[in-house]
Design a protein around this ligand. Structure first.
Ligand code: AMP
Ligand code: ZN
Length: 303
């Protein structure tokens, strides 16, 4: 397989990704987007979640949601916050002078009440908390969003802004765990049917710092996170294209998400990475999607 960087160059040369000058921020061609749309449609048709409540949030959320959710404890290095100019005419003049002189103008910017969404499911928990107790049958939400993580990389599979579609399950512990485990099998079937070599493995989130190492180990020991891996950049380190997360009562405690009987709900989510799946398809079936195997085309674009 080619090295990471050369796969990205191949994608640039083919016009599938468009360089911006910043690693991890790319334009996508119409061909690329057709594949994203195909995957989105496949998840809706064959994902088997017909009763799920569909909600879509913009890629920014209240900064208070990022603060309350604990994201800054685990992932301060990945978080993105929004800053804007809030000054008067004098401050504007100063900003323009800095710009003109090639000096840092961003000191004029102030933090506003927004943060960039780091994972599609983050706005779902406060939404559910506002509604009150969850019925014994539980609830499933279908959510999708552009997400931001400050992790610039030359690997085309590691972007700073990318799209994630998730099914989030909120309910009693046993049914939430069953949802997570059912999805790791369903994900294997769904993605395997696209002619991609898949493997499922236990995983951990990239928690920050020394304390983070302990959190990552504990997450692995309890098998809270699994990933569906597909070789994209290299065979030695395959890429996580789906993840299956069991949060136990982590988010429920934070947001006071309760069942009708007063007990804390549990939550889980399955996340599909649109760009990673799209890149995996181009990597394995070639850059010309019209030449892909017929069964793959039919699965993505049934007419
Ligand atoms: P995570 O919340 O880290 O488990 O991510 C959920 C899914 O989003 C992963 O399974 C990937 O498919 C995708 N993903 C995560 N990080 C990135 C990234 N930096 N670039 C592109 N896709 C990503
Ligand atoms: Zn999630």
């Amino acid at each position: 397989m080619p090295t990471e960087n050369s796969f990205r160059d191949t994608l640039f040369d083919a016009g599938l990704l468009i360089a911006s000058g910043v690693d991890g921020i790319y334009g996508r061609s119409g061909e690329f987007e057709s594949v994203v749309d195909g995957i989105d449609g496949l998840i809706s048709r064959d994902g088997g979640m017909p009763g799920a409540e569909v909600v879509r949030f913009p890629p920014a959320m209240p900064r208070s949601v990022m603060e309350t959710s604990g994201y800054l404890k685990g992932f301060p290095h990945l978080a993105g916050t929004v800053h804007c100019f809030c000054g008067d005419d004098r401050a504007h003049k100063k900003l323009l002078q800095c710009l003109e002189a090639g000096e840092d103008w961003t000191a004029q910017q102030q933090s506003v009440d927004l943060a960039l969404t780091p994972a599609a499911c983050y706005p779902v928990y406060p939404m559910m908390a506002l509604r009150g107790p969850v019925s014994a049958a539980g609830h499933i939400v279908d959510v999708s969003s552009y997400c931001f993580r400050h992790e610039p990389s030359v690997e085309p599979t590691r972007m700073q802004m990318f799209r994630m579609r998730e099914f989030v399950c909120i309910g009693a512990p046993a049914s939430v765990l069953a949802f997570r485990d059912m999805w790791s099998e369903r994900g294997r079937v769904l993605i395997g049917a696209l002619g991609l070599p898949v493997a499922i493995d236990v995983a951990n989130d990239p928690f920050f710092g020394r304390g983070g190492k302990i959190m990552a180990e504990s997450q692995r020991d309890q098998a809270l996170k699994y990933e569906l891996l597909v070789p994209v950049n290299s065979t030695e380190s395959p890429t996580a294209c789906l993840s299956f997360n069991y949060h136990m009562d982590h988010f429920s405690e934070i947001w006071d998400l309760r069942m009708e009987d007063g007990s804390l709900a549990h939550t889980a989510c399955v996340g599909f990475g649109f760009e990673r799946l799209t890149l995996a398809l181009f990597r394995h079936h070639g850059l010309d999607r019209s030449a892909w195997p017929q069964h793959v085309k039919t699965a993505l674009w049934p007419s």
